[in-house]
Design a protein around this ligand. Sequence first.
Ligand SMILES: Cc1cc2nc3c(=O)[nH]c(=O)nc-3n(C[C@H](O)[C@H](O)[C@H](O)COP(=O)(O)OP(=O)(O)OC[C@H]3O[C@@H](n4cnc5c(N)ncnc54)[C@H](O)[C@@H]3O)c2cc1C
Length: 391
Amino acid sequence: MFDVLVIGSGASGLAAALAAERAGARVALATKGSIQACNSAKAQGGIQAAVGPDDSPEQHAQDIWTSSHETANMELVETLTSSAPSAIHWLEELGVAFTRDADGAYRLARCGGATRKRLLQVGDRTGHAITKALRDAVEASTVARFPNAPLHELVSDGGWRARVGAHDVEAATVVLAAGGRCFREAEERGELSTNHPGATGEVTRLALDAGAEARDLDALQYHPNGGAWPANMQGYSIPETTRAYGAVLLNADGEEFTDSLGARDVVSQAIVDEVAKGKGVETPDGRPAVYLDTTRIPVADAEVSLPYMLRRYRAAGVDPLAEPILTYPVLHYQNGGLVIDTDAQTTLEGVFACGEIAGGTHGRNRMMGNSLLECVVFGRRAGRAAATAAR
Ligand SMILES: Cc1cc2nc3c(=O)[nH]c(=O)nc-3n(C[C@H](O)[C@H](O)[C@H](O)COP(=O)(O)OP(=O)(O)OC[C@H]3O[C@@H](n4cnc5c(N)ncnc54)[C@H](O)[C@@H]3O)c2cc1C
């Protein structure tokens, strides 16, 4: 018998497990594949927090409200943005080393929809750095780990009884941190996705069947810049920081047709519309695309902030600093999810949800860099609240 059972080992599940354990709970963490397997580790671009001298949590919140087209839950948004600086410090205490400029200040980028430079990065492998630090801390803790143990069944019996893989686990409270469903959705639509194969959404279905409420589940996000060519880069998410550092979208005639740093859904739609007008280009295997002119990125910025992207493309035979690359939107993120309050409590008593499985914080359109932040802020809140509720 555990106090808290966490489902999923992405950034949100790891943060929740750690926070619950530090609050004195006996914690179990069950996940579908290996502990490393998740979308969080694939995140490249960065994590938002208002730490710049011209910025504030209020401005950050306002940008989310605008980018969400006024659909986000502002109570959740204000919790997210006001907790962001302390979330960054917590990650640093766990060993995450955010990239800094020569003067020692954080290297901040402006991401789509943002009015300020607010995106902290660890090179272009931010998700890898964050999940590694969280995983190391969980592995050094008393959290009992059940890898290769997908949740099949969740039954309320005073507390909660869960069937995870071949194990029956009982816990007073449960934190659902099983991510979104874009891998499955893309397979069903015959489209490309940036997602890990574990992103299939069955835990949301189990929660809905148990009576939980959800919002905006139909609002799926396309990443504006999926790799379109070479073939082995198809479905790769070209970091939005390419555009933050100067890359622009161009049509077949070399014309800029949209604000390359607009909100994600607006930029994705602009690309789709441009191709529909016959102003796109075709990949050698017949897929639609436009150009992302990455040659405009200063070499020094690319070397510090995009080394992984450069390595991947150069290994595939294309140098993004010498020629534009081909791109088209790909299915990327589940904007909506289970309804939660500011303690990440769902509408089911004793069941908490954090990360991509939860809805409201981004409304119907997420800004880049706010998902990793949501994982840390609401993962910690879920873990602490689940530990308290278990007592
Ligand atoms: C390629 C890519 C790049 C991205 N870049 C950024 C970025 O730069 N900045 C940003 O903020 N966001 C970014 N995102 C989005 C962000 O990384 C994710 O939305 C976020 O990390 C999701 O975290 P999570 O903990 O909710 O879910 P995940 O990290 O997806 O973890 C879910 C976990 O649940 C497990 N699971 C699933 N089903 C079950 C089940 N039935 N039983 C048990 N366990 C289960 C999975 O195996 C996994 O361990 C990116 C996403 C991708 C795919």
